[in-house]
Write a protein that binds this ligand. Sequence first.
Ligand code: HAS
Ligand code: CU
Length: 571
Amino acid sequence: MATFIDRYPFEAKVVRYTFAVSFLFLALGAIGGMIQALHRTGYLRFIGDITDGSYYTVLTSHGVFLVIFFTVFFLVGIFTWAVTKELDRELGNPRLTKYWVTSMTVGAILTSVAIIGGFSDSVPMSADVLFTFYAPMGAHVLFYLGLTIFITGSWVAGYDWFKTWWDWKKENEGKRIPLMTFMVLTTMLMWYLGTIGVAVEVLFFLIPFSLGLVSEVNPLLTRTLFWFFGHMVVYFWLMPVYLLWYNVLPKLAGGRLFSDPLARVVFILFLLLSVPVGIHHQYVDPGIPEGFKFMMMTNTMFLLLPSLLTAFTVVASIEHGARQRGGTGYFGWLRTLPWGNPAFSGMALAGLMFAAGGFSGMINAGMNINYLVHNTFWVPGHFHLTVGTAVALTFMAGTYWLLPQITGKRLAAKKAAAVQPFLWFVGMTFMSNAMHRAGLFGMPRRTSEPQYEGFDYEPAFGTVAEIDAQVVGGGILLTLSTFLFLYVVVRTWMGTRVSADGGDEIIDDEIPPALSGPEDSPRVLDNLKLWTAIAILLVILAYALPIAHIASQGLYEGSEYFPMLLEVLTA
Ligand code: HAS
Ligand code: CU
């Protein structure tokens, strides 16, 4: 049977390219992470401190390179693979594909240049605004321009996949949308809806602000527009993970997906609820009436449902696989799982950590408890479990499985690959647990000097020194694990092509059908227009009043820009 690379050489090349860019940003971002851990804890300081700003240059590069470029380049690769493979057809228009690949690359380069410019005093450029780039902080216009080009590229990528599906649909009248394609399409609809917030923020506020056309923008408004996008984006990172957990993980465990209909319901719930929850990042923002915050909290609690359903479905599928392999007992079946296979162990360990990350998310989401943890080290603890493990480790594990399919080469350095996910798991256990604890006794996030002068922290148990040691020790293990992963990737890439029928792992790319297939679910689940319409309605209900309220306090200050703009628009 022909492998992916033989059947779809162009698409395989696209996936190889986007993965390569993704991993380049992973390497750069990981170095930034190591510097962070060493600097904040005071173990080793070689970058400037808070006064000269290079701490924030490092923190911004760590954040942007990892959560925007590493994740999204990987996502476009895996979505391209999923649609092509599942619909068994090429992407319709190679020129379109080349366009979005180029546009995303150019955008990423421009933004990176603006960030890296911050390291040098002689370059008139900096973008130390962190990945949550709202006002009043401002970056060089190149930073925003790059992001704009990058995001419009991702929009076109979505169109490319939609187009491929439309073409498929014409030849397959009346058939259900295949599951992976369903996941790609619903995720992209969510992305289109949520990126409206950041597009308005960047085009109408941050770019005029950075060009000096306006001297001040309403910071609360830009924050609110940012979080309109900013919560949704966490699920944009997570949905490719769920695609792998639902489709590939059960198979790696030796079984089949438990329920296809439930998977569809989960993705629809994410489309409906990912945007109208953003204000849960703004519980402590003055200027937003409590009622709106309460409404978003309620939505957030509903949004736990799809992940809880996922935990149930995916674990049930794994257990089914384990029992197929002869596993018995309440927990004894866990032993029969293929823990030596890094594709499996990476995804399973990522899932286990996500259970913990989900719990800290529930705590964040409570309006009253949030006052305790907001802006403390607890929050980085939370997101290193979610995006930093559920997402990053699953992407690495997925790579072990996919790389042979897109390169036609056998996975190399298998021993290193087998150890790598465990190294990550142990490193992250130390680092994120210590971060959560530090947050609970009030250690702030986003600062190079977490120790207030003349003040000693009093942890409920343990000491600050011990917590710092865990952050650094964990950080070192995570850095090692990242480079071990990159080593396996490079070694595999440099290997020789095996013939199409060689190597089990290369032809073992079939995804078995679900135990309960799409025929068990109502057709209305596939009505994407209906779900999109409801999603838009929910966003309007949730956001119209808060945004109108905040905007009524003024859009711009100290400039002629807004009146000018109004004149142009009404001319
Ligand atoms: Fe979050 C802050 C609430 C999920 C990322 N979050 C952040 C920030 C980031 C982030 C980056 O309400 C910081 C932003 C900043 O810089 O300020 N988050 C939640 C809630 C969830 C949640 C309710 N977050 C995520 C995900 C992220 C992410 C996913 C990235 C990918 N988060 C918040 C809140 C804040 C916040 C507040 C603001 C805090 C503040 O004050 O600043 C939920 O979606 C979580 C639901 C998850 C579960 C877990 C289900 C378990 C599963 C595991 C299955 C097991 C398997 C393994 C597969 C209920 C699915 C089986 C293996 C075997 C061997 C059997
Ligand atoms: Cu959120």
